[in-house]
Write a new protein. Structure first.
Length: 264
């Protein structure tokens, strides 16, 4: 199973846009566009699953909410529940918000899961991989894509800060930047991370860029390790690293959190 918190989710030839759905206003219906970029016809079953985020950014499927976590699936409807797409074919899946007036203020999150279903071979047809002993072996990989669907009720009071910034060196002198994203407030945070190296002479070089990083409720912090780009002429032992985390805000505005790490 793969979890995508970004604007476009893709695996096994299936493309999903957007890769994240948020109900935080008066809108009661939203649409997902699914497209088959593979070479074969594929069928997918659609359902909701519940997931928690761990402090290192990994995900774990659960059945009961963690303290301070609320599922959205009881207040969402979607159709169709399965789709079959030929190569280069696309289809819309509609999501509807229901019974939201009964929700207390806060954030509710579930994940929409798209599971590939192998095509069955009709009875009587030969199956590939049959050896002389009469035993047939056929491996069919099954994959799934999960995207978050979030309902927000009431004022969003979430905020984020960056701490614990440090630079280390991996194999082949690969520069690795570690940090912690700290979340406060009543809802999750979501944004883009950008890292620039500023030389002693003021030259700015972008050395890292990650889209769609979230810190989901109920965790209050997420640790990260970012492999920085090895660029000719860029010295990671002088100057400073400028780190920005940009989050979208209400009304289309953005909020940027910044910090710096001096290099010696």
């Amino acid at each position: 199973m793969t979890f995508f918190p970004i604007g476009l989710a893709a695996q096994g030839g299936l493309l999903i846009t957007p890769g994240r759905v948020v109900f935080d206003g008066q809108k009661r219906m939203q649409e997902l566009n699914l497209a088959n970029a593979g070479k074969d016809t594929a069928r997918y079953l659609i359902s909701f699953i519940e997931i928690k985020m761990n402090g290192d950014g990994t995900f774990e499927q659960i059945t009961q909410p963690e303290p301070g976590q609320y599922f959205a699936s009881n207040n969402l409807r979607f159709f169709p529940r399965s789709i079959k797409l030929a190569p280069n074919e696309s289809q819309v899946v509609k999501l509807q918000l229901v019974k939201n007036s009964q929700l207390a203020p806060g954030e509710y999150r579930s994940h929409m899961y798209f599971r590939a279903v192998p095509e069955e071979v009709p009875l009587g047809e030969k199956t590939p991989g049959k050896d002389p002993s009469g035993i047939s072996v056929q491996l069919k990989p099954i994959f799934g894509i999960s995207i978050p669907v979030i309902i927000r009720v009431g004022e969003n009071k979430a905020d984020v800060s960056i701490s614990g910034v440090a630079l280390a060196w991996g194999e082949d002198l690969q520069p690795i930047l570690s940090m912690v994203l700290n979340r406060t407030g009543n809802m999750s945070v979501y944004g883009d991370l950008k890292i620039d190296l500023i030389s002693p002479k003021g030259k700015i070089t972008q050395v890292g860029d990650i889209k769609g990083i979230a810190v989901y409720t109920p965790i209050s912090s997420r640790s990260m390790r970012v492999m920085l780009n090895k660029i000719a002429g860029v010295d990671y032992k002088t100057g400073k690293l400028h780190i920005t985390y940009t989050t979208p805000s209400t009304g289309g505005s953005v909020k940027t959190i910044e910090t710096e790490l001096m290099l010696f």
